[in-house]
Ligand binder design. Structure first.
Ligand code: SAM
Ligand code: SF4
Length: 331
């Protein structure tokens, strides 16, 4: 049963974000609390062979791009073996990884050998002490070393994700943008989202991509870059004149890109989500573990694609939380 993932509204759902663990070696204030976290029981987390099977079925339903995320994907043991096997799946055109970079320096070469060419690395501050305040762990040096190693190994592109927050790191927006003058990085500013019950979201910390744009504009002329292909993400892309790298703006809240959203999410405990902001989920782990057959799972993936909401309702109903934390959905 082959499929191109096309929905009635003409969106092509071809991108799966797979969270391989909800564990993490950082505690970013906007993502999870420092302590008292109810992590998923180990037996609830999909085994690698289960993930591989579900990815193969998703490919039959039109998935062409896969991103591994978490929690922190690099903390799960045996990651390289998983990547190697994912890379052998016919029909998957692109595999990428989002990481906080803490363990990247040592793992980057192995990741590259598994055929991964592109990386997203999260980094909310270029200042060591501030990084430690935001992530509650003093790991800036390790992350920076991981980014340098990824660059040395030729990952292209290296996307640096910054969750922009007023009064927290907005004074570094220009510094991050200037980084693209000397480095080939794609620096991407993301609006902070109210996901998870204890996400620390406050209106006074919110800074929109429009405001970020106007701050960056003061340091140089921004040229817009058009999306290259159907697997491209929701970032509006720009280049400062003469820059080596790019700037991306991801306005999850202020700028509705739902009509362009091509993603499904699979949580580490085997639930498919059609929208980051909607708690509607379909459990595909239970039928998998109950041996209900591939046809049943394909049907459920189909339902998730068909029921993918056309809009998230954050702007309609004011700010609402999703029950799951970002770390258990995967961003
Ligand atoms: N641990 C990895 C990392 O941080 O890159 C992968 C998982 S993390 C949940 C994926 C992405 O979600 C990261 O870029 C992170 O900054 C972003 N993120 C987490 N919570 C967020 C929030 N409340 N608003 C916006 N982005 C968020
Ligand atoms: Fe961990 Fe990533 Fe969440 Fe930070 S954003 S706590 S690095 S999962």
């Amino acid at each position: 049963m082959e499929d191109n993932g096309k929905k009635k509204d003409n969106r092509v759902i071809n991108y799966l974000r797979l969270s391989i663990t909800d564990r993490c070696n950082l505690r970013c204030t906007y993502c999870m609390p420092d302590e008292g976290i109810d992590f998923m029981p180990h037996e609830d987390i999909l085994r690698y062979e289960e993930m591989l099977h579900l990815v193969r079925l998703s490919v039959k339903k039109g998935i062409r791009k896969l991103r591994l995320t978490g929690g922190e994907p690099l903390v799960r043991k045996g990651l390289l073996g998983l990547l190697k096997q994912l890379n052998d799946i016919e029909g998957l055109e692109e595999i990428t990884l989002t990481t906080n970079g803490v363990l990247l320096k040592d793992l980057a070469a192995g990741i590259k050998e598994c055929g991964i060419k592109r990386l997203n690395i999260s980094l909310d501050s270029l200042k060591r002490e501030r990084f430690a305040r935001i992530t509650r762990r003093d790991k800036f040096d390790q992350v920076w070393a991981g980014i340098q190693e990824a660059e040395r190994l030729g990952f292209d592109p290296i996307k640096i994700n910054i969750v922009a927050m007023k009064g927290v790191n907005d004074d570094e927006i220009k510094d991050f943008a200037r980084l693209t003058m000397t480095k080939p990085y794609h620096v991407r500013f993301i609006e902070q989202m109210p996901v998870g019950d204890d996400n620390g979201w406050k209106a006074e910390n919110f800074i929109s991509v429009l405001e970020i744009y106007s701050i960056i504009e003061t340091i140089g002329k921004l040229h817009q870059i058009e999306a290259r292909n159907i697997l491209d993400g929701p970032a509006q892309r720009f280049k400062l004149e003469g820059a080596r790298g790019e700037i991306g703006l991801i306005g999850a809240l202020s700028n509705h890109f739902c009509a362009l959203c091509n993603r499904l999410r699979l949580t580490a405990d085997g639930h498919i989500r059609g929208c980051l902001f909607s708690d509607d989920e379909i459990d595909i782990k239970t039928p998998l573990r109950n041996y209900e057959g591939d046809e049943k799972i394909l049907e459920l993936i189909d339902t998730a694609i068909k029921n993918k909401p056309l809009h998230h309702n954050l702007h309609l109903s004011g700010i609402r939380n999703c029950a799951r934390r970002m770390s258990s959905i995967g961003g």
